[in-house]
Design a binder for this molecule. Structure first.
Ligand code: AHR
Length: 656
């Protein structure tokens, strides 16, 4: 027995924290890939994304609207605005669910001004040479045409553009102008001045980059949507997370409020405005400009299966102890109807009520909804009591739709142990598991699903992230996620879906970290965790293969984690190896017999950092990125020197 094999037989490493492993570091590991032994089919959409409006992920983030409180519906009417001169708020506007608007009248002196200034979301990001569309609903209440001046002001308080607009009708009409700033600034402001006598009425002031994702006018920030698309996600879970539950039921996410003309989508509080008193964001609301139609459309555009999650009649249980805070069983009908109507909105033909609304919004073809989540992080008997009513109604009307239930807020413990059997009793199709744990937990749990029941509901790892004590997106968090994910892939017959969380965070507006993508008003940073997700979804096989060293299963033995797969669609073998050793490790990958003729050239994609605490920053966004190189196959073997702390993906093509 060689030294390495002696070592791995001595320790039951999968239960040990990372620092305890350091003494057991092999110089050389042999990995055996059995191409003829398929151990699980890998769902084609297994690795996906989870979007929630947390950390200013929607308004101020992915949703490209640059003005905050554009319809004056925040409880403090002028939050986000500074007003000057003669401005009054009125409440009989053209959009019944957003009734407020403003009347600008003469300030009463030729040297005074009437107008207002919007601060954006921690400033307005503008880029020189880019076009921006300013739009506003306006009318001249006294019939005489009125003029306004629209300016972008840079962070030094100097106007960088000035454009004039005439409001020409006593009836409400939408006006648009294109603005082209000649400066780049992350913290610009927008100012609007009344330049005629007045009065003029203005409502729903809006500023969008013209160049949005897929050029949609009510669109998304192009760089952020592209960052999502570059992950090649198979599934897209939305809209949360805790925001579906709300701080209370009134503020729960209600999808029907998020469709139709944006001007008439009612505002909702964002629960992350209150959740952490130490990261308090009193200006955090949901405009719902990014709503369910846009989510479905984005899913389609990035090739991901849409996976909506709905409130089950329970307000956030962390924040509501009393049963009175929740919808009682006999008042659950509207909640269940929302679920049924959502399925019709997504899949119904254009003669159905909700299918017709989808068609009027621009998408007559169905959105191909296959699964729906009911409830987020719920617990206790109140959850299955409600869920069973949803299950019954959905099964009756839409037996083809798969239902996702929840196992609660944590990966183990009383709540989890109670809910899993309940989910089995209710025969939900998939159970959503959430775990935000230390890197050590992720390493120790690479074998978590090896012993899961193969006959029960499948698993959706719906929210997970390794939380280092710094809560940074550092390399050790990414590496431990990569190691853990070898266990997801090996158990792809049980784990059908996996989505990291959260997806986005604004550097000046976050409530929660770590997060996969950080952004400011102009650009974004892809974290090492992002690249781990991207490598898994880009190099995904169709079937997991038996992978072992001669005496172990590579679930952390010798600090090496490995999985391999065959990709029959693209005729390639993919081997993923995570080296958590503190020193470089010589790896020999032996490929077992197969009916395929393997190419003698292989590709190595490697993600590595010598410093496990390092991360990507706005200044150095490419510190840790996947790097490609070539390998040669000799006698069905590949040798690589896997650097300490590295995630290696080896791709070998074959002739089918
Ligand atoms: O991802 C952040 C939050 O974590 C989600 O909203 C919630 O489901 C979980 O507690």
């Amino acid at each position: 027995m060689n030294t390495f094999l002696k070592i791995i037989t001595l320790v039951c490493i999968s239960q040990w924290p990372i620092h305890a492993l350091r003494a057991q570091q092999p110089d050389h590991v042999t990995i055996q890939v059995e191409i003829n032994k398929e151990i699980a089919s890998i769902p084609s959409n297994m690795y996906g994304i989870f979007f929630e409006d947390i950390n200013f992920g929607a308004d101020g983030g992915l949703y490209a609207e640059l003005l905050k409180n554009r319809s004056f519906e925040f409880p403090q009417t002028f939050m986000g605005w500074k007003v000057f001169g003669n401005i009054r708020v009125r409440e009989d506007g053209p959009f019944p669910r957003n009734p407020h608007y403003i009347r600008l009248s003469s300030p009463g002196h030729p040297h005074k001004h009437t107008g207002l200034e919007n601060e954006g979301f921690r400033g307005i990001g503008i880029k020189a040479g880019e076009k921006y569309r300013f739009s506003v609903w306006g009318r001249c209440p006294e019939g005489k045409n009125q003029k306004i001046r629209v300016e972008l002001v840079n962070s030094q308080n100097n106007p960088v553009t000035k454009t004039h607009l005439e409001i020409q009708s006593p009836e409400w009409k939408k006006y648009e102008i294109i603005i082209e700033p000649n400066r780049t600034d992350a913290h610009a402001l927008l100012r609007v001045f009344l330049t005629s006598e007045g009065p003029v009425d203005l409502e729903h002031l809006s500023l969008f980059p013209v160049d949005t994702w897929q050029k949609h006018t009510n669109g998304m920030r192009k760089d952020l949507a592209k960052a999502i698309a570059d992950l090649h996600p198979g599934v897209f879970r939305f809209p949360g997370g805790c925001i579906i539950e709300g701080t209370d039921l009134n503020s729960r996410y209600q999808w029907k409020n998020t469709i139709g003309p944006v001007e008439n989508r009612p505002l909702n509080e964002n629960r992350w405005h209150y959740t952490f008193p130490h990261r308090f964001y009193p200006d955090y609301y949901q405009s719902y400009g990014l709503g369910f139609y846009e989510f479905f459309q984005l899913a389609e555009e990035i090739g991901a299966e849409p996976l909506p999650v709905l409130n089950c009649g329970l307000a956030c249980q962390y924040q509501n102890n009393s049963q009175k805070a929740h919808a009682s069983l006999d008042s659950l009908d509207p909640y269940i109807q929302d679920a049924l109507d959502l399925i019709e909105f997504a899949n119904g033909d254009t003669t159905s009520h909700w299918g017709a609304i989808r068609a009027r919004m621009g998408h007559p073809a169905p959105f191909q909804l296959k699964r729906i989540g009911i409830g987020n992080e719920q617990w206790g008997p109140e959850y299955p009591a409600r869920l069973q009513l949803f299950v019954k109604a959905i099964r009756e009307k839409y037996p083809e739709i798969l239902i996702i239930g929840s196992s609660g807020p944590s990966a183990e413990g009383d709540k989890f142990d109670y809910l899993w059997p309940e989910m089995k009793k209710l025969k939900v199709d998939i159970v959503d598991e959430h775990y935000y744990k230390s890197p050590e937990w992720f390493l120790a749990n690479a074998n978590r699903y090896d012993s899961y029941d193969r006959k029960g509901p499948k698993v959706f790892a719906g929210e997970y992230a390794a939380h280092h004590k710094s809560r940074d997106n550092n390399f050790i968090s990414a590496l431990s996620e990569a190691a853990f994910m070898t266990g997801l892939e090996r158990n792809a017959d049980v784990v059908h879906l996996a989505t990291y969380a959260p997806l986005f965070a604004h550097v000046d507006g976050w409530q929660w970290k770590p997060d996969m993508i950080w952004f400011d008003n102009l650009s974004h940073v892809r974290t090492p965790n992002y690249y781990v997700q991207q490598l898994y979804s880009t190099y995904k096989g169709t079937h997991a293969l038996r992978t072992s060293s001669s005496e172990s299963n590579l679930k952390g033995e010798g600090n090496i984690y490995a999985t391999s797969a065959i990709d029959k669609e693209n005729s390639r073998i993919i081997i993923k190896i995570v080296n958590t050793n503190e020193k470089d490790t010589r790896l020999t990958v032996r490929l077992g017999k197969s009916k395929y003729k393997l190419s003698q050239k292989a590709e190595l994609i490697s993600l590595h950092s010598d410093n496990i605490l390092k991360t990507n920053t706005f200044k150095h966004p490419n510190e840790i990125i996947p790097l490609k190189s070539q390998l040669t196959l000799e006698n069905n073997q590949i040798h690589i020197d896997a650097p300490k702390y590295s995630f290696s993906v080896i791709v070998i093509s074959y002739q089918p």
